[in-house]
Each structure stands twice: as structure tokens, then as C-alpha cells.
Design a protein around this ligand. Sequence first.
Ligand code: BG6
Length: 424
Amino acid sequence: MSMHSSTLLLFGATGDLSRRMLLPSLYALHADGLINPDLRIFGTARSTLTDDGFRDMARAALCEFLPDDRKAEGLIDAFLQRLCYVALDASDPQGFAALADKIGDISGGLSIFLSTAPSLFEPTIKGLHNAGLSGENVRIGLEKPLGNDLASSQHINDAVNAVFPETRTFRIDHYLGKETVQNLMALRFANMLFEPLWNANAIEHVQITVSETVGLEGRAGFYDDTGALRDMVQNHMLQLLALTAMEPPASLDATAIRDEKVKVLRALRPVVEGDVVTGQYNDGAVNGEAVKGYDADLGKPSDTETFVAIKAYVDNWRWQGVPFFLRTGKRLPERRSEIVIQFKPVPHNVFKDRGGRLEANTLVIRLQPEEYVRLLVMAKEPGLDRGGVTLREVPLKPKGYGAGSWGPNAAIALTERDGVSWHE
Ligand code: BG6
């Protein structure tokens, strides 16, 4: 199978995901010269739009959602020329022939990105197949929610699988694209330091937080049908949990990694009622600004959860008895995604009689807004210890320095304190 595609087809092309994320990301790839100059991008959705109408919508989305330093008129104009549009009601099988006609030749490969309501997956897959848009050189990417319970998710997966084999099906979780999430693999499996301690003997608990300050952001209908558990927990948070808890895969091969993640998911203890908390935001203030409650944002009363906290256990040898606390919510005080590994305290504090207080080690893997990995270790405060020993927790984190320079300024200060200069 060729890994190249000369045509990209976006379902849900006028929707929120497309405007906020897909079009700006495609533009950024275009601007950085990372997509084939000949790639054609077809958008489809229910709205009746001409090609030019779609390009206008895309231009407005780029203006709104691109950072200012990424906006370059000439590049935007050239990018928009790649775009075409076909109006399609995916529940009506008739429209797909016109879609296939407009797309034309797909011998150079076709990649389809499906971000639609769960009820439209099956008719869309059938429509694509009947119109000849599912052959050997067609790949399909699926955006959540793939159903809203086990039965509907199996139904959708069966419908996809009847037309696209697993090797040409891609289920998207954008958290896996985050640099620090990818770095978690390197941290765990490219260092000798952590793996021997990465278990119930040394780890007391794990916390995974994905907190957001935003509310509904114009996605009222989608969000109210979905809720935090389906929107964030079953996908992003379980991916983070699986990457944290899985055994080392034999290789970086996608199947090898997936197999290890699946073992973690299978080992998850069913969550009992007392171990899950759900909530919904009321009126309040975020970043100093008054914000309305969820019902007011939605315009009607609802019992959809916008916050979930769960105490989970992975019932295997490595993690026996170690709680994994998961927490996510909208309209929380700050935007922060992180995994915190809390190690156990040392078995005996030899500094106790000299007044030394110990904190257990903590490893913070911060995904956003900043990206870093920080290990907090105990160290002695410099100075004489006649009055007792003072210990403090310090981060071990390499300082940044410019490529081609002699390293961080702190390295210069280190020698100069003793009147010494580095030999350069
Ligand atoms: C999406 C959810 O998958 O992830 C949104 O549907 C959420 O509700 C978003 O806001 C969070 O992604 P990020 O990358 O901003 O943490």
C-alpha cells in the first residue's frame, strides 16, 4: 500500500473541529512545505457552498484561529487554491456519486477524514463504498465519538471494518501527537533510571489531570450529547494512563504498542460508584472574568457532566494497590495537562534527629501549557549544619542554552564563584 495521498477528503469540513484545528493545521503544513505541492483538499458537509464560498469560510477560520506570526497573505491565498467543496447530506446515499465525480482520479491515493455525528458513520461508509471511494489506495481516519456506548461503538467499528481493513483505518487521538506524550515513551524506555522503580514497590500513586478553563466554545449540541466521560476520559485520559502503566513493548511498531496498551485496559478494575465523582459547572469566575453556568451556556437544563474524577486501579503485578487518580473538567481555574508520579517516602529518615524533613520524590510530566519533565528530589540546603540540617526539594531539570553556545549561564556562574574560568 502506498503511503502517499494526492487527495484529502474532509467530512464535517464546515464544523468546529475543521475551522479551529484541521484547516489551520493543514495550512501550517502547507506553509512549512510539509505537504505535497499537488495535494488537493476536498471539504464536504451539509451546507450548500460553492468552492469559493468554502474558501471564504476557510480564510475566516485561518484569520480567527492562526497565531498572528503564522499569517502570511500570499501563503494563505496559495493554500486556499487547494480547497474544493461538495455539499453532501451523508444520510442520503444519492449524493455520493456526485462527490466521487467531483473528486475524479484517486489513483494517487485518497485519505478520508471522518469527523461526523455517530449516526452518520455507517451511511457515510456505505456511501463511500458504493461510489468507489474505498479501494486499496484509500485510507480513513475516524474522529471520536465512535458511538456512545459499547453496542453503538461495535456497530460503527463493524461498519467501518466491512469496507476498510484495519491497516487502512486510523482512529485519531490528538493527545498522542503532543510532544511530551511522545516523550513519555522515551522517558520510560530510553532510560535505565526509571524502569526499575516504575511499579508498586516504589510508586505510591499516579495523578493524571487535564483541566481546561474553556466552557462549551460553540459546541453545545455535540458536548451535551457527549459529556466529559466520553469526550475526555475514555480517549485522552485512558491513553495517558495506558502509556504510563504499560509494559515495555518489544518494538516501536504500532501493533506492539497497542497490544501493551490493551493489556492495561483489560487489567483496569471496574470503577465502583464511590470511586467516581462527576460535576457540572455553575456561575463563577475564570481568570478573573465572570462566566455563566453550564445550563445558561447551553440554554436549557441538562444533567451532562462537565467534570469527572476517578480513582482507578490496574490489577496486575506491577501496579497492585497503586491508585491512578484521573481528573478532567471544563471551567477549572487553569489550563493544565499533566501526569504526576508520586513516589513513596524513603523507608527511614536518617536526617530526622537533625531536624531534616523529607518529602517523597515526585516526577511531573507536564503536557501543557508548558512542556516539561521535572523530577523533584531532596537536597541539602548549602551551609553549615550546626543548627541542624535543612533539606529542600529541588527540580532536576536541564537549563536551556543556545545551540553553539558554551551552555547555560549558570555553568559560568558555577566556576566564577570560585574565581575560576572555563578553558575555552
Ligand atoms: C477534545 C475535546 O478532544 O480535546 C475538547 O473534544 C477538549 O472538549 C480538547 O477541549 C482538549 O484538547 P487540548 O489539546 O486543548 O488539551
